[in-house]
Design a protein around this ligand. Sequence first.
Ligand SMILES: C[S@@+](CC[C@H](N)C(=O)[O-])C[C@H]1O[C@@H](n2cnc3c(N)ncnc32)[C@H](O)[C@@H]1O
Length: 196
Amino acid sequence: MKNFLIVGHKAVTETFSLNDLPGAAGRMDILCRCINAALFLSHDLRRDVCVFIVLKGEPSSPKIVRFDGSMVRYLSPDERSCASLIKKALEKKAQDFWTESTAGVSVRKGDMEAIIKELEMKITYLREDGEDIRAKIFEGYSNRLFVLGDHLGLTEVEEKMISECEHETISVGPLSLHADHCIVLLHNEMDRGKHI
Ligand SMILES: C[S@@+](CC[C@H](N)C(=O)[O-])C[C@H]1O[C@@H](n2cnc3c(N)ncnc32)[C@H](O)[C@@H]1O
């Protein structure tokens, strides 16, 4: 499974209105676009991808919502559809273990650290000043945790957490891009790579 983790530093942790994803929901729009970029092909889904969004906004952070590409249903490639599944997940009581809210979507309490511990996989951190993606040969990436920040990037504490694990830092290009665009570029490189 290829796993994507995106940290939403302002994303709310209780139910929210679908009419204001960037504002009142704390840039939930960014996380929805990342989920779509990670999971969707044209008329299909990437069944070998799992997406974790870490919600660190008010009032009861942190929580994690997981979209499992092998199981997910009722998801269409638009932000509102994705947001409505996140909203349903937040209507469930989050506990220290996963609770499924709709097919393939689950919620739990926890921060990035919980996922790092749960997956025990090498981390590929996407960062503007990382190693050039074009210098890489994408072998052995079928079990990997890819980590990206939201509009605020990652905090020093989050970066320290990554640095204490087996990891690499890669860049998809010379400019700072939106996280969902980075996911598309990364997928494309891996799609073209050898033995992934
Ligand atoms: C909009 S950028 C964050 C902006 C910037 N770090 C800041 O705080 O001003 C969102 C995320 O996309 C990823 N990202 C953006 N551009 C990238 C690039 N050229 N290569 C790799 N990752 C990139 C990083 O994970 C980043 O945290």
